[in-house]
Design a protein around this ligand. Structure first.
Ligand SMILES: Cc1cc2nc3c(=O)[nH]c(=O)nc-3n(C[C@H](O)[C@H](O)[C@H](O)COP(=O)(O)O)c2cc1C
Length: 160
């Protein structure tokens, strides 16, 4: 079974989880990178990114050579932005039509994800969701514990 982790990360939390899952189960990694990233200013980024997420913006992504269509099981990870997935993922879902895949969803958030997973699940209709998991700012909170939880979860998923 071919396994891929697709993710976007702005501050490194989702990247931490994505890289650990990939290492644990021997999956390929695809990091989505917008051509033009939002500001790094800690205060302004919430407005800039929040606006993009709320207006359903689809920022152009740097090209990638991996073909997600060729994989059987795809983990998709994102930070929660304005209670939904990051705009880079919106572009990804537009560019790549995933059907009949096994999909596992993961996210990092700051403690207020609200109905995030409803929207994330909607974006992958036509596939089978085999798992979902969330982490609260792992780098700042319980990094070692969350990394272990992510690794154990990924092992469980590949058994499904
Ligand atoms: C633009 C923006 C919007 C955010 N909106 C939310 C939100 O609606 N709910 C929440 O719990 N956290 C929110 N956060 C916090 C991030 O989801 C959280 O810090 C996450 O761990 C960041 O993941 P990353 O390090 O992979 O970028 C937001 C952060 C940014 C930058």
């Amino acid at each position: 079974m071919k396994k891929l982790i697709v993710f976007y990360s702005f501050d490194g939390n989702t990247k931490l989880i994505a890289e650990n899952i990939a290492d644990e189960i021997g999956a390929d990694l695809l990091e989505l990178k917008p051509v033009k990233e939002i500001t790094r200013n800690n205060f302004m980024k919430i407005f800039a990114g929040g606006k993009q997420a709320m207006t359903k913006a689809e920022p152009e992504l740097l090209p990638f050579s991996i073909k997600p269509e060729d994989y059987d099981l795809i983990f998709i990870g994102t930070p929660v932005w304005a209670w939904t997935y990051a705009p880079a993922l919106r572009t990804f879902f537009k560019q790549v039509k995933l059907v009949n895949k096994k999909i596992a969803l993961f996210c990092c958030h700051g403690g207020r994800p609200r109905n995030f997973f409803e929207k994330f699940e909607e974006a992958v209709t036509g596939n089978t969701i085999v798992g979902k998991i969330e982490f609260k700012d792992p780098i700042r909170n319980q990094q070692d514990r969350d990394v272990q939880i992510a690794r154990d979860w990924a092992k469980l998923i590949i058994g499904i």
